[in-house]
Design a protein around this ligand. Structure first.
Ligand code: PLP
Length: 482
């Protein structure tokens, strides 16, 4: 396993912790045991999931959770925050050093929260601050009601340009079901219909026509690198702030797989991320930014965030310290190499994948080549012990619910120790299951986008083959819950 830890110490810690939990609420202790057993027994290919180290997980189970600490380091609205200051400072310093960022804000509770903090900071820096200055005020509370009305009208004039959902963008990049779609007038850029690749000329044309305040780059399901130097050029041409959401690929940036033009921190004004996906930390978010955005970003709590979670910021510090070790660069390289092995293994066996390859940690299979919807493929794979998630593909004929794609990623199984040969075998299992799955009809005889039948014996055969791989690469080896 590529995670560093001492199994004897971790076994003792978890056995004792479970005893304490069991004495109060045995159901919860049972679910905790059950979750480890489930995770040990399945091929986890969800591209946004990983396995955090015991040091990261144990850090979260402490009394750092019990403190209120609204405000920023050394400037809190509550007394007695010196230890929270210490962990927040440690997490921010590790993040700045790891990513080469001038400023890091580690309070966001999730990726969505990090994006919300970033959006408000950009609005504050680009619109609110100049508008306040025009009214001779420093803070909205200094304004008369009439002036505040004028300012609100100015705040209404906001445009964001981001990647379309079916090209792999994220809901929080200005789409209607998310608050960002209400804060911003949104327009999307897509990918080239022939190659599936990001078309920078199209982005440039859209930016010049639409003149966004924010150009958003980053994705949840695009299997390629993005040239952030080019995106910054485009942003500069139209006076936009470049915001990159690196939630998915932060581990590849941390591990120096994405460098130069492909390093978002070197080119964007504001970078947001989650800490729990390829970065392999606790569930949470973070904002990195250029100095001119720092004050506004630091107002995240209480502007849009609830009180900072001391236990999670402490775990972020531990995880980012781990990511600063040379072994994390090996891990990140393996994540990317394993994704290539997975993509090639799938294509060699006849599967169609979006963009005919990958340059990051994920692969998007177009399951229409198997005559299936994403929903049918996801369910058939799950029956066989392979955990994936269905995902739209560009111009998806089956829409965002049933979809025509299955997204798979390598961060979690790479943490377990899987190598390129193992991922080639995973590709074989996936193709075997999808080839043995047929769409089925509803009880009324109509074609169904959800129902399917699997050929006899496939589920058992796949489980047996998956078990061989899982046993050869055990999850948290040596950790015994007693
Ligand atoms: N940004 C991107 C690109 C994501 O893929 C995701 C989640 O999948 C998020 C933000 C939201 O992260 P969270 O679930 O932590 O709010």
């Amino acid at each position: 396993m590529s995670l560093p830890f001492d199994p004897t110490a971790a076994s003792t810690a978890y056995q004792q912790a479970l005893k304490v939990i069991e004495s109060v609420e045995p159901t919860v202790a049972g679910a905790i045991r059950g979750e480890l057993a489930d995770q040990r027994a399945s091929l986890k290919l969800i591209a946004s999931e990983n396995y955090a180290s015991p040091a990261v997980l144990l850090t979260m189970g402490t009394w750092m959770s019990d403190k209120y600490a609204e405000g920023t380091i050394g400037h809190r609205f509550y007394a007695g925050c010196q230890n929270i200051d210490t962990v927040e400072q440690a997490a921010a310093e590790h993040a700045k050093a790891l990513f080469g960022a001038p400023h890091a804000y580690v309070q966001p509770h999730s990726g969505i929260d990090a994006n919300l903090v970033a959006f408000w900071a950009i609005l504050a820096q680009r619109i609110e601050a100049p508008a306040l200055a025009e009214h001779g005020a420093k803070h909205v509370n200094d304004l008369s009601d009439a002036d505040w009305e004028t300012l609100r009208r100015a705040l209404g004039n906001q445009r964001a340009l981001g990647m379309s959902l079916d090209a792999g963008g994220h809901l929080t990049h200005g789409f209607r079901p998310n608050i960002s779609g209400k804060m911003f007038e949104q327009r999307s850029y897509g990918t080239d219909p022939m190659t599936g690749l990001l078309d920078y000329d199209q982005v440039r044309k859209a930016a010049h026509e639409f003149k966004p305040l924010v150009l958003i780059a980053g994705y949840s399901a695009y299997p390629r690198k993005v040239n952030f130097a080019t995106m910054r050029e485009i942003a500069d041409e139209v006076g936009a702030t470049l915001m990159v959401d690196m939630a998915h690929f932060a581990g590849l940036v941390a591990g120096k797989v994405f460098t130069g033009d492909f390093d978002p921190v070197a080119h964007a004004h504001v970078v947001t991320t989650t800490t729990h996906k390829s970065l392999r930390g606790p569930r949470g978010g973070m904002v990195l930014c250029q100095p001119e955005y720092a004050d506004a970003v630091d107002r995240g709590c209480p502007m849009v965030l609830g009180g900072p979670m001391g236990h999670v910021m402490a775990a972020k510090a531990v995880a980012i310290a781990e990511a600063r070790q040379p072994s994390f660069q090996t891990y990140a390289r393996n994540v990317a190499d394993n994704a290539v092995a997975l993509a090639e293994g799938l294509m060699r066996r006849g599967a169609k994948i979006v963009t005919d390859g990958t340059e990051n940690h994920l692969v998007l299979i177009d399951v229409t080549s198997f005559g299936l919807t994403g929903r049918q493929a996801e369910s058939a794979l799950l029956d066989s012990g392979i955990v994936t998630n269905r995902n739209a593909i560009p111009n998806d004929p089956n829409g965002a619910w049933y979809t025509s794609g299955v997204r798979i990623g390598t961060p979690a199984l790479t943490s377990r120790g899987f190598d390129t040969d193992d991922f080639d075998r995973v590709a074989e299992l996936i193709v075997d299951v999808l080839s043995a799955t047929e769409p089925a009809s509803t009880s009324a005889g109509a074609p169904s986008k959800a129902k399917y039948v699997l050929a006899d014996g496939v589920v058992d055969k796949t489980h047996a083959a998956a078990n061989e791989l899982l046993e050869a690469n055990p999850l948290y080896p040596g950790i015994d819950l007693g």
